[in-house]
Design a protein around this ligand. Structure first.
Ligand SMILES: [Zn+2]
Length: 445
């Protein structure tokens, strides 16, 4: 991104900054061009250069540096506040998703790959740089306020809680044993030599069917949450492409009963956008129609299956279908914040140069990310999770955790229930506000 921020882009960043403190009390002092003569002033210099990946100050990457001094701001002899680098443009570049808008790079699933991101190159996935820039600006303005007898007031997002927890479940599968799995197991068994060995192997594989269906674990999941006073959000997936979209049907009586139970227990139901809903309006409409038929309450939040998201096309499809919130923006391959901001935020439509009304609740932690993509064991997973919880606490952010019901099965992951409970215990001990999309009144979002 080479050009200086235009007015709408700058306003977009200031809008999000203003949610952290009483910014209007300061905006009359803001200067964006040096030819203004007001005094006192707060000067935000503008960069017209592409971003720089080599400059760090106190280990914080400075994407749009403008001075050689290793500091973020200073005061002149008249106590005017002068920022040394273009922090607003850095915040815009990351928050707006500019990097994925300008590139055509996609993985086999049509997603923007983590390895193509600045987060990968600078190792900043778990470092919410937009929050860090906002924090620097806030601290500077607090000092400016002291010097000029103004009142600086920090805002809180979550009442008396230092951060929020948004616990979510994508219901991709509800049956451990499906015909494809049966065929696969029989095939494996047939590799054995000799009829007797073959039959015994097939019997051994099929014997698993006698056991309980470990993917139908919803009562147990809700009991765990009840014990910790957590209300969560469950994303239901319609059928569609074979072996890619849901293996179950939203019209099944057991699924209808399940949805009612989830809603009756005070949890929230969201839509899980089928594979092709990323860019296909008919598929998006179908997803939302089917999930709305299932849910007792209106469906206002969505997450894309396999996190397949095309920016800004998918957002538009969601908005056209009365969806108020999305929670798909995270990297499948790595935990952390894809837009470098650990708060709910409004996406920016770079094609039309405007902020969009839909609210994005960033997804920073998904079960398969830790265990499969990052190859972490339980200890490593717990460390990453608690590190991010502490980051959220520091910046008053929201911690979004996705745990699939089908990954809570002891056959594939011995000990996973205990591990899952330990993680929730750890997070709850830090006193989060429990976020659900249905109860947002009073929150400054
Ligand atoms: Zn899914």
């Amino acid at each position: 991104m080479k050009d200086k921020l235009n007015t709408e882009q700058r306003e977009y960043v200031l809008y999000h900054l203003s949610r952290h403190f009483n910014l209007p009390a300061f905006s009359s002092f803001f200067l964006f061009e040096k030819n203004d003569t007001r005094a006192p002033f707060v000067f935000f210099p503008s960069s017209n250069k592409p971003h720089n990946e080599n400059r760090r100050i106190e280990d914080i990457p400075v994407l749009y540096p403008l001075a050689s001094e290793d500091r973020f701001f200073h005061f002149d002899s008249n106590n005017n506040l002068i920022f040394d680098h273009d922090l607003l443009k850095g915040a815009f570049y990351l928050l707006s998703g500019y990097q994925e808008w300008q590139t055509g790079e996609r993985d086999a699933r049509g997603r923007f790959p983590f390895t193509a991101s600045i987060h990968y190159r600078l190792n900043i996935a778990e470092m919410p740089l937009v929050n860090i820039y906002f924090d620097i600006i806030s601290r500077a303005l607090e000092l400016f306020a002291k010097k000029h007898g103004l009142v600086f007031q920090k805002k809180s997002f979550w009442g008396n809680h230092p951060f929020a927890l948004f616990l979510t479940h994508d219901i991709d599968r509800v049956d451990r044993w499906i015909s494809a799995e049966v065929k696969r197991r029989i095939k494996i068994a047939q590799k054995h030599r000799g009829l007797r060995q073959k039959l015994s192997a097939i019997f051994h594989e099929l014997n698993f069917f006698g056991r309980n269906n470990s993917f139908w674990n919803f009562d147990r999941m809700m009991a765990v949450e009840d014990a910790l006073n957590i209300k969560s959000t469950w994303f239901f997936l319609p059928g569609g492409i074979k072996h890619i979209d849901a293996y179950y049907d939203l019209k099944e009586e057991r699924i209808k009963k399940l949805a009612r139970k989830i809603a009756d227990n005070g949890h929230h139901i969201g839509a899980h956008g089928v594979y092709n809903s990323m860019t296909d309006p008919a598929e998006m409409r179908r997803t939302l129609r089917e999930v709305r038929q299932l849910s007792p309450a209106d469906v206002i939040i969505s997450r894309q299956h396999w996190l397949r998201f095309r920016y800004p096309d998918t957002l538009k499809l969601l908005a056209e279908n009365r969806i108020e919130m999305d929670s798909s923006w995270g990297f499948a391959e790595h935990c952390g914040w894809r837009n470098s901001y650990c708060h709910p935020f409004h996406p920016f439509d770079l094609n039309q140069n405007r902020m969009l009304p839909i609210l994005e609740i960033p997804l920073n932690a998904m079960d398969v990310t830790f265990m499969e993509y990052m190859g972490l064991d339980e200890k490593g997973t717990r460390e990453h999770i608690m590190k991010m919880v502490h980051v959220c606490k520091k910046y008053g952010g929201i911690f979004t955790l996705l745990w699939h019901n089908n990954h809570l099965n002891e056959e594939d992951h011995p000990g996973v229930w205990d591990f899952y409970k330990t993680i929730l215990d750890d997070i709850i001990r830090e006193n989060p506000y429990i976020f659900t999309p249905g109860a947002m009144k009073g929150l400054p979002l």
